[in-house]
Design a protein around this ligand. Structure first.
Ligand code: FES
Length: 149
């Protein structure tokens, strides 16, 4: 991993102003921001580690915990909630043996919830890796999960 981080730093000419882009590339590479990588960024850019952390924690899209290869988002906005989103969420939790904001041990899935993704008429909505599935019912969960490699 060390070499990969070095190459990401080089791609951005070790420019501190591009810290967010550097962190995005590391997250894309590792699926999260490992502590060792942040230490390496701090040294590579010659900035305090606390600076790196403060930027990384500012953006909700960064994760400090390993994440699964597939990101599942269940919308719990009002319209989806009324149409049974919680039942769908609980079915996913049972199928994967994890709770919301959890990641399966094999690092295949990470489950998260969101509040309204602007497709209320199609609720309940489940989004896997950016792909929307609408009018979700509990019996649609297993086949949907099985479509992930
Ligand atoms: S509440 Fe789920 S898309 Fe709006």
């Amino acid at each position: 991993m060390e070499r990969k981080i070095e190459s990401i730093l080089d791609n951005y000419q070790r420019d501190r102003g591009l810290l967010v882009s550097i962190l995005q590339d590391i997250q894309a590479e590792c699926n999260y921001l490992p502590k060792e990588a942040l230490v390496q960024v701090s040294k590579g850019l010659d900035i305090p580690l606390s600076w790196v952390y403060s930027v990384a924690t500012f953006f909700k899209s960064f994760s400090f915990k390993p994440r699964g290869r597939h990101l599942i988002n269940v919308c719990l906005g009002t319209a989806c909630h009324v149409r049974g989103a919680v039942r769908v969420l609980e079915k996913i939790e049972r199928e994967l043996g994890i709770s919301r904001s959890g990641t399966t041990e094999d690092l295949k899935y990470t489950l998260e919830t969101v509040n309204c993704v602007g497709a209320c008429a199609l609720g309940p909505i489940v989004i896997i890796d950016g792909e929307y599935s609408g009018q979700m019912k509990t019996d649609m969960v297993k086949p949907l999960l099985e479509k992930c490699d």
